[in-house]
Design a binder for this molecule. Structure first.
Ligand SMILES: C[S@@+](CC[C@H](N)C(=O)[O-])C[C@H]1O[C@@H](n2cnc3c(N)ncnc32)[C@H](O)[C@@H]1O
Length: 531
């Protein structure tokens, strides 16, 4: 849930403030002078607003005004449990409904200075700058904080852009003049960082980092561009944690799973496994769910392929178990991987099995699910961006294209091609994508040609898709192996065979461009109806 500071809509004036202050009977050194001081010094570090988390439950808050700004303020105050009094000559339907249902008290008249009596907070959003200034002056005289929507500098408080996420309320406000759009943009970026798993919530959960302001220090801001940018832009950011989180840090037994149940996202419970599809390797192609679960992991069991760079971002105490084959390191056999997952989970840890692409496409994800289930370990599966589609895609090859390819056949190129593979290769309109086939490309081509595939069938090889060193080679099938050798392709890649693999297929200026799509059924029907 998010809310945003409302932009200034009615300009205020120092004259209006002073006049209103006089009308309210304030001392010369009181509200007008304080407002003037705030206006004069706003933005300097010494007078940056102080962020507080107010507990307004059952406390009276005056909202002066009945328009859209007032309505938003009322909603926020009700969310905080406040006892809301609305004073306005006219109110919109939403406020009226709240009044009729007893959720707010409503006085349908012009606001009066005495309306601030007994209030803990005042929102002046009448739409009339003089009336707002008068209220601010009276509130100052009464030592009640007041937010003036028409001119933030006239009030003694301002409403930050807020968001509830992961059991925290993030609040962002401008340290200087009102700057609602920039403040909201920073708030949204922070929310994305937390929801995207880029803040190590696990460290706080494990009690190794304190809550902001609490023992153990501040939530780390190192490496978080959004926070640094906010600071540089003169924007104040605060995070208040919900009770359940505080309980987990203080050692008290929380009633619910801390943090994660409040994320509004997936939970990685202790003693469970998440098979996480990590995509083709570029971290920004991981799903938000993948990042969120990774941020909760105690142990990550990782392959050589996939987004391995994110492993370097994990907290120091997150154990990383490499099970993929890499230079000097033997691949852990599948039964060994299964056993690691089960053992780690059964010792009470949160386990992420981070896999390249999608776990269920040549990823042995099904075997790992079975092993976990057989051992009674709960397991969840997170889909990932598969190289079977994404690698051709980044090379400008759509695996289906209306009028050219209406089927895709995905093959493990490691073993001999089956009759089904050969039939797919020889069928116009079917795209064949082969994974794990680059090392045996000569054999694959020989089998395909012997099986009846035309030597001129377009083919392409895409290696290291989405990663540094990405390369694409196009050639007719009979020449693709030589073309790969000539280009020095040895790394991880997919082979694509079919019309869509023709060089320049999606380039309108290329001779190899896609043919015009045939008319749709509706177009054919319409044409038939016309004759
Ligand atoms: C064991 S399979 C895993 C496939 C994975 N589950 C997926 O959905 O992409 C490994 C093969 O995926 C392909 N592959 C994985 N990442 C790739 C990338 N970034 N570029 C090209 N091919 C890739 C290669 O064919 C590689 O041999």
């Amino acid at each position: 849930m998010t809310s945003t500071e409302v932009p200034t809509s009615v300009p205020g004036s120092a004259d209006a403030t002073a006049a209103a202050a006089a009308a309210a009977g304030a001392a010369p050194t009181g509200p007008a002078a304080a407002s003037a001081l705030r206006g004069a010094t706003a933005g300097s570090p010494a007078t940056a607003p102080t962020m507080l988390g107010l507990d307004l439950r059952g406390r009276r808050v005056l909202v002066a005004g009945g328009g859209p700004v007032a309505t938003r303020r009322v909603a926020a105050m009700l969310d905080g449990g406040a006892d809301v009094l609305v004073v306005a000559p006219e109110v919109g339907d939403e406020l009226r409904t709240l009044a009729v249902t007893g959720r707010v008290s409503l006085a349908e008249r012009t606001v009066e200075p005495a309306d601030t009596d007994g209030c803990w907070l005042v929102h002046a959003c009448t739409g009339d700058a003089v009336a707002d200034a008068m209220l601010a002056a009276r509130a100052d005289a009464d030592r009640v904080f007041c937010v003036v929507s028409s001119d933030v500098s006239l009030g003694s408080a301002r409403t930050p852009a807020t968001a509830s996420v992961a059991g925290m309320v993030l609040a962002v406000t401008s340290a200087g003049p009102a700057d609602p759009r920039r403040v909201a943009a920073v708030r949204d970026s922070l929310v994305a960082l937390v929801r995207g798993g880029q803040v190590d919530l696990g460290a706080v959960r494990r009690g190794e980092a304190g809550l902001p302001g609490g023992p153990g220090g501040d939530l780390s801001t190192e490496g978080l561009d959004g926070w640094a940018a906010a600071a540089a832009a003169g924007i104040a950011v605060a995070a208040a944690a919900a009770a359940t989180v505080a309980a987990s840090v203080s050692g008290a037994t929380p009633t619910v799973e801390p943090y994660t149940s409040l994320l509004g996202g997936p939970v990685l419970h202790p003693g469970t496994v998440a098979l996480v599809g990590g995509g083709t390797g570029e971290p920004d192609l991981m799903t938000v769910r993948a990042r969120t679960l990774l941020a909760q992991a105690d142990v990550v069991v990782a392959d050589r392929l996939g987004p391995t760079s994110v492993l370097g971002e994990l907290a120091d105490d997150v154990e990383v178990v490499h099970v993929g084959k890499s230079p000097g390191i033997h691949q852990v056999p599948q039964p060994g991987i299964n056993q690691i997952l089960v053992d780690k989970a059964q010792s009470g840890l949160r386990v992420v099995r981070l896999k390249g692409g999608d776990p269920f496409l040549f990823g042995r994800g099904g075997e790992e699910v079975l092993a976990c289930r057989a051992a009674g370990v709960p397991v969840q599966v997170v889909p990932g961006v598969t190289s079977a589609v994404a690698a051709p895609e980044v090379a400008g090859i759509p695996v289906t294209h209306r009028g050219t390819a209406d089927g895709v056949h995905v093959v493990n190129g490691h073993g001999r091609l089956t009759d089904l593979d050969l039939a797919a290769l020889a069928t116009p309109g079917v795209t064949v994508v082969m994974l794990m086939g680059l090392a045996g490309i000569e054999r694959i081509v020989a089998e395909a040609l012997a099986g009846g595939t035309a030597a001129s069938t377009p083919a392409a090889v895409v290696v290291r898709a989405t990663l540094p060193g990405e390369q694409v080679v196009h050639a007719p099938l009979a020449e693709i192996a030589d073309a790969c050798h000539a280009a020095g392709l040895t790394s991880t890649g997919v082979i694509v065979v079919g019309e869509v693999a023709r060089e320049g297929f999606l380039d309108p200026a290329s001779p190899g461009r896609a043919a015009e799509a045939p008319p749709s059924r509706k177009q054919l029907r319409d044409a038939a109806a016309r004759v």
